[in-house]
Each structure stands twice: as C-alpha cells, then as structure tokens.
Design a binder for this molecule. Structure first.
Ligand code: 26V
Length: 822
C-alpha cells in the first residue's frame, strides 16, 4: 500500500509563500523586488524554522513530561552539512516549497545551494555523529547531542598551482538554524589550586578554587526526525569571558588592552575546530576545548537530573552518556568530581554511578591517533582532575594486582599513566575503565581492538565489556536527499517511502531485477547523476569528462593509510599502458574518469604531496591528445558534505583501499553502494560486512589481509623486498620528470623504499591493478553491471543508522523510544 507520509507543515503553497515574503520583508527588511537567491534562502529557511520550532518545543516538553531515560551523545564533531533541504524532506515540505518558491521566481536548487555547510567536523567520526542524530530523532529516542560551537569549521580547501591551500571557514554570518540561549550559561574553571578544608559538620572536604573562569553559552540546533513530530536538540557551547571577573579589575586599573586580551583568550576556546584527522598533537588549547565542553555538558545534564529530585543512585537509570572517541573522556572524571566533591557521595558509590552511565566508542587503532595528555599539562590546567585520575588508576591497579598477582609488567602495561618523559595519561585506558561498555565500529575493527591495543583489558574485564556496533548511515540524507530520482524510482516500485524508515524493505526490489523498464530507468538515473557531476566539474575546473566513461571515485580525507597514492600510481600505470597502445587497441579500452577529493591536515606533508601529484598527473593526462576521453583525472576542490551529496550518486566504482586493518569502518563505502555504485576495496573495516550482505560477486576485493600485515611489514624492515615491477615503472616515470619537478615527490617515493613501505602499497599494487582490470571487464557488460548494482542496493538494509541506533539503545544505553506528540 502506498502509505502516506505525515502531512506537510504548511497548509499549502500559498501559506508557504506568505511566510517567506513576510520574513523577507520584515525579518530581513528587504523588498521582494530586490530579493536575490540569498534572500530567498533566508526567507525559506526562516519560514520552515518557525514550523520546526513548534515540533521542537513539543518534543522537549514531552521528553520532560515522560521523564524517561535519555541519551547524550558527546562528540567534539558534528559534521551536519546543510540543514534546509534535509529539514524540508524530513517534514514533507519540499514539494510545497518547490512550487511556492518557483512562483516567486526562484529555483529550489539554487535556493538550497545558498546555504553554507555546517562543517564542524573532520571526516567520518563527525559525519557519523550527524547520522546518529538523524537516526535518534527519526526513531523517537530522547537523545541530545552535545558539542562545541566553533566559530571556524574545517578549513576551506583551495588548490593553487596543484597544492592545497587552507582558507578559514567563517560560517556564522547568517545561521538561521541556531538559537542562542543566553540564559543557559555555565561557568567553567581552569587552573587554580586544590586545598583541604572542613565543612560545617567538621568533615574534611576538598576544594578546587582560584582558577580562571570562562563562561559557556548554549546554542541550540533543532534536529528534525523523518516523518515524525520528534525534533531533538543539538546543544553547542560557545565560550566567552565570565562577566565581572578579572577583566573588570584590569579595566578599572586602566589596563584596557589587558582586559581585551583576557576576553579574547576566553573566546579562543571555541574559536576553531582542530583540522587533524587521526592524529593527536597534544596542544593545550585542544585540552581546554575538551574540558570546557565536557564540564558545560555535564553541568547541564546534572542540572536536568536534579530537577527530578531522584536519589543519585538512579542517575544511570535516567542518563546514558556515549563518548564519541576519547575526546570527551574527562567527562568521566568530571562526573566523579561532582559526585564526590560537590555532592559528597562516597567514592565507591560515586564510581558505580559513573561507570554505569558511560559508554565509549573507539574509532581508530592507529597509534598516532590515540590521545595522550602530558601529566604536567593536566596538573597545571586541571589539578583536581589529575588527583582523581590518580585515584581511579590506583584502585584499578589494585584490582588488577589482585587478579594477576606478581605480574608487574601487566600493571605497567595497563596503567593510565605511561612512564615516559614527561609522563602521559592514556585517555583510551581511562575511557575503558570508566565505562560499562566499549565498542568498535565494524566487526574486524572490534575484533582487532580486543586482540591488540585493548588485549589486557579483555583479560581483566572479560570479553562482555567489549562489543561491536557496525556503523551505519542515514538513508534520508544519503539516498532521499542526495539522489531524489533513485529514491523516487524505488518508492514507485515499493509502493511508498516506507523504506526510508525501514531500510531492509529494499529487499523487495529483487523481484524487479529482470524488469527491463525498471533497469532502464535505473541506469538512466545513474547517467543523469553523472551528467550533473560532469557539469559541476566542467564549471569548476574546466575539465570535460565524458558522462559515459566509467566514473572511478575516491573521496575522503587524504591519508597514507587510505592509500590515495596507490590509486594515483594505478592511474599513472593506466596512462603508460594507453600511451603504449596502437590506436586500434585504444578503441577497445573502457574510458575512465578518475575523480579524487579530500582534505589533507595542514601539517601533513605527505598527504599534501599526494594531492600535488594527483593534480600534476591530471595536468599531463587531461591535455594529452593521444588519450582524449579514455582517461581523465580530476581533483575536486574542497570536498565536504554537500559536495558528497553531489558526487556519491554519480559513481560507478568507488575506492576503499586502506591497508587491511587500518580503516576502522569507513562509511562512504556504504553511501556509494546505497546509491547504486560498486566498490573496489580491501578486506578492511565495513567492506567486509558489505561483502557479506551484498555477496562477493558484487564487490571487487583486493590485496593482503589484516592478518598478513605484521609479517609483511617485518619483511620490509628486515628483509629484501623487491618493489613490484609495475610500481617501479611508475616511480621511474615520476622520477623522470613527466609530472613536473621530481624532487617534489622524493619523500613520497622514498616512503616506499627506504621508508619500508609502512602501508604496503608495493605488496598490494599488482592485486590492485588486476582487480581494476576486472572492473573494466565487468563494466563492458552493461546488463551484468546493472544487475550487480540493483542487487547490491537491495541488500543494504543493514547499513542504516537506524539499525545502529537500535543496537546502541538495546545493548549499551538501555533507553526506549517515546511516543511522539502531534
Ligand atoms: C582524532 C583526533 C586526534 C586529536 C586531534 C583531532 C582529532 C580528530 C579526530 C580524531 C578521530 C580519529 C578517528 C576517526 O575519525 N575515525 C574514523 O571514524 C569513522 C566513524 O567510526 C570510521 O568510519 C573511520 O573508519 C575512522 O577512521
């Protein structure tokens, strides 16, 4: 049955138009006669926002009234992307808005494109948090996000002479999606000293005082669920100087500039998102961000709990807090501090409450990404917290000592404090000790953390403390919004859009697999998405790609472990082969467009060199008359969420080729397959479960397995490993200067030779090339290709973020959805 979705929030297009015009004329004080796309966007956003606010207020009242357990998702990153299109689709307003805005003289796509991405994240971890918020709201869970309101999101990437240049992303000029809450302010203290005191009953108490106080101001962002009245809240904290503090004294004593400096120091805390992905640099400001956000969030959560007048023992029945990686680990210490120092609850009772409250998700095994904070820094910034960490560690080590008497090495290995110079705190260990559940984000990853970095903790706590929740994506943004034509086609076959809430319904596409007309429409949609991307590439880079070429896409952060270098080396190999062919031979070649996108961390030279090489190869290949349409190489500038929505639906094949065992999950792999693209990838992260779900006949797997990696690395270090001859030829070509000054690429090439090829490009290269040949072969068979794509989409139900959220809710949070109010 063609079940109707909830009614549109507007009574019709006339009402919508009236609201838009009202906002343009009164809120913006502009005339409709000089209303441009930007003003039309503002008017549309404000009109829709008015509607969202109603559901949002009702949801919050309902959640307070129902008084059930809530979940708080603490993440330093929420990579939300644009809000307008998503909000229109989730509330069924888009059709009315399209018609209404058209009559006012605008195209809805142009209006949507006016919006600046909310880019408060680096990559996979931040986007996962955003997908989870969508899932929580859609499933009616009382779930809030807590994060930081960065004034500058992830930098904008410009490509200048083939190099990445970073430009600040000032995104707050006009942001209709946030509501400042000046009344929700929390004072957060740094530095100071700890002293013992006695309270009025003569009991010893510990006081932390004399520090510098910064104020956290809440900014709330509504998160509308799909086809539900539930609109949850994302609360982002902004820092400002605490009123009437030191600045005032300075001001009175005539030190005006000094007082301004102090103000700016406070504002600096929430000024900028750290642009590193998978690397921890140990900067003091980053630690300040973490504590500032954690302290404000916990204060808010505790305040809400206290309004219910329940005994503290019931805190974990009312509150679940999920730690998105170790960035919020200080929340564990902060809650323990509040319970023992402020609420005067005995240590053991307090600790029981704390561990029952927290869950910790690990997102990486890369050693350079595991957070370690220097003890002297912690002592200086948060002296009381350091004491509490010492006590947590002491009690923990005593327990381990009882379990493994005489195993001194075990104690050294699992101690929160690493005995280096200076000593450092291993935040992942603290997160494990302070949580009741620890999870990885794909099966292989969850197995790996148990077998490697957290092995000792499995011995101590037993295997049940460790779980797997394979990542998922929201089909609302990543199918319905990014690929409306495919979503509509699927809906026409399945009899409605129910699959967007119950993604396993996609299975019901299978009976249509032999339907000629359906297949034709399917492939036509793919082609139109490719034309849409080709046009964008032409407009932004001047490069023309043939929409009938095989679109081969790798878009993600640039990192050696993700091996964009292997991809571009493969492109060079392809180029050399094409050059060596006769024109007769060239006629049989499947034309290919190799499309790249992604940001490098600003200080990551190797990643920047890879970008340079991709652009240099493009410059040579794209203007080579021998090659023409047979090979094009494109680097799309400034890859972000809204560009992902344009790029992903246009792929034929996408690359997920990390060294086995390094990519915790990957989530774009899921997005590509859901949009009817196939993937080439290693046996890593969620690729493995994608293979299990869609069948190994529908994926192009390559390379060595995670279990072989250690041995291969050993051979590179201690043995003689011949470089793969084709890779050698590629390196020779680079060194000859075919792609410009070869000295630019010295580091990249030496990483493969004297650098021991840590990411094993050489070991996987021939497998990679052979598998790419299989891709060409398969693509020649247009019908076979379509069958693979459709079958794969039909099998993707498992990868919905909704499945993920339900698993967290059952296994980790123990929270139930609420009945939404209308
Ligand atoms: C770490 C750090 C270290 C300190 C500086 C800033 C910063 C920013 C982010 C991170 C987290 C790195 C971990 C991460 O992003 N993991 C990715 O998580 C995705 C969602 O689970 C997963 O799909 C990717 O495979 C994994 O790399």
């Amino acid at each position: 049955a063609w079940r109707k979705l909830a009614a549109c929030e507007f009574q019709g297009k006339e009402q919508f138009q009236r609201e838009v015009v009202r906002h343009v004329e009164t809120t913006l004080a502009r005339s409709m006669y000089n209303c441009d796309d930007a003003a039309a966007y503002a008017g549309t956003a404000l009109a829709l926002r008015d509607k969202l606010v109603i559901g949002w207020n009702k949801t919050q009242q309902n959640q307070t009234l129902q008084d059930q357990k809530r979940v708080y998702y603490l993440s330093l990153e929420f990579l939300m992307g644009r809000a307008l299109d998503n909000a229109m689709l989730n509330t069924q307003v888009k059709d009315v808005a399209r018609d209404g805005i058209a009559e006012l003289g605008f195209r809805i796509e142009d209006v949507i494109n006016q919006e600046h991405d909310a880019a408060l994240g680096n990559g996979g971890l931040g986007r996962l948090a955003a997908c989870f918020l969508d899932g929580l709201a859609t499933l009616n869970y009382p779930g809030w996000g807590y994060g930081l309101r960065y004034r500058y999101g992830i930098f904008k990437q410009e490509i200048v002479d083939g190099y990445q240049v970073e430009v600040p992303d000032y995104w707050l000029d006009f942001n209709p999606w946030e509501f400042p809450r000046p009344d929700v302010a929390v004072d957060v203290m740094f530095y100071g000293y700890v002293k013992k005191d006695t309270d009025s009953d003569g009991k010893t108490i510990i006081v932390w005082e004399g520090g510098e106080i910064v104020q956290a101001i809440a900014y709330d962002v509504p998160v509308p669920g799909f086809d539900t009245s539930t609109t949850n809240n994302l609360r982002l904290w902004s820092s400002k100087p605490a009123s009437g503090e030191f600045d005032f004294q300075k001001f009175n004593s005539g030190d005006y500039e000094g007082s301004i400096r102090d103000q700016q120091r406070a504002e600096t805390i929430s000024a900028v998102l750290y642009p590193n992905d998978n690397i921890s640099a140990g900067k003091e400001l980053r630690l300040k961000q973490q504590y500032f956000w954690v302290a404000a969030s916990l204060h808010d959560i505790v305040r809400r709990f206290k309004k219910t007048h329940r005994p503290w023992s019931q805190f974990p029945d009312q509150v679940a807090i999920q730690l998105n990686d170790t960035h919020p680990t200080l929340a564990i210490v902060e809650l323990q501090r509040i319970l023992i120092d402020v609420e005067h609850i005995p240590w053991d009772q307090a600790w029981e409450i704390v561990t029952a409250t927290f869950g910790y998700t690990n997102h990486t095994v890369l050693p350079e990404a595991l957070e370690k904070w220097s003890v002297p820094l912690m002592q200086h910034l948060l002296p009381r917290h350091l004491q509490i960490i010492y006590d947590i560690n002491l009690f923990f080590l005593q327990k381990v000592e009882r379990m493994f008497p005489k195993d001194r090495e075990m104690l050294t290995r699992v101690s929160i404090i690493e005995e280096s110079q200076p000593q450092v705190l291993r935040m992942a260990y603290l997160a494990i000790i302070g949580s009741h559940k620890v999870n990885g984000v794909a099966e292989l990853h969850s197995d790996l953390i148990k077998a490697t970095i957290f092995k000792d903790f499995v011995a101590i706590y037993g295997p049940d403390k460790f779980a797997n929740v394979t990542n998922g994506i929201t089909p609302r943004r990543w199918l319905h919004q990014a690929n409306p034509k495919l979503s509509d086609l699927i809906a026409s076959k399945l009899g409605g859009y129910e699959f967007l809430k119950e993604l396993s319904q996609l299975e019901r596409l299978r009976p249509f697999i032999d339907d000629k007309e359906f297949r034709r429409e399917w492939m036509e949609i793919k082609l139109s998405n490719k034309i849409r991307l080709a046009k964008y590439i032409r407009d932004t880079t001047g490069i023309s790609v043939n929409p009938h070429a095989l679109f081969d896409i790798q878009v993600k952060r640039i990192h050696e472990y993700k091996r964009q270098q292997m991809n571009i080396f493969g492109v060079i190999d392809r180029y050399l082969n094409l050059k060596a062919m006769t024109s007769e031979e060239r006629k049989k070649v499947v034309p290919r467009a190799s499309i790249f996108g992604g940001k490098a961390a600003p200080g990551y030279w190797m990643a920047k060199t890879i970008i340079r090489l991709i652009n240099a190869v493009g410059e040579v290949v794209n203007k080579d008359k021998d090659i023409g349409d047979l090979l094009k190489v494109v680097f799309i500038e400034d890859y972000n969420v809204s560009k992902a929505e344009l790029i992903i639906p246009a792929s034929d094949i996408s690359e997920h080729i990390s060294t086995a065992g390094t990519e915790a999950s990957g989530t774009s792999n899921m997005k590509f397959v859901l949009n009817g693209g196939l993937i080439i990838g290693t046996c890593d992260g969620a690729n493995i479960e994608i293979t299990r779900e869609i069948g190994d006949e529908n994926i192009f797997l390559l390379g060595n397995l995670a279990e072989d990696v250690e041995d291969l690395r050993h051979r590179h270090r201690y043995g003689q490993v011949e470089m793969d001859p084709k890779l050698r030829a590629v390196c020779d070509e680079i060194e000859k200067g075919t792609f410009g000054d070869p000295s630019v690429y010295e580091g990249l090439i030496s990483s493969l030779t004297t650098g021991c090829d840590y990411y094993l490009v050489s070991d996987d290269f021939s497998s990679y090339l052979t598998t790419q040949d299989l891709v060409d072969e398969a693509y020649r068979d247009k019908d076979g290709w379509a069958t693979k794509c459709i079958n794969s989409v039909a099998s993707m139900g498992f990868f919905s973020a909704d499945r993920c959220i339900n698993e967290y809710a059952d296994m980790i949070w123990n929270v139930e959805p609420l009945v939404p109010v209308k």
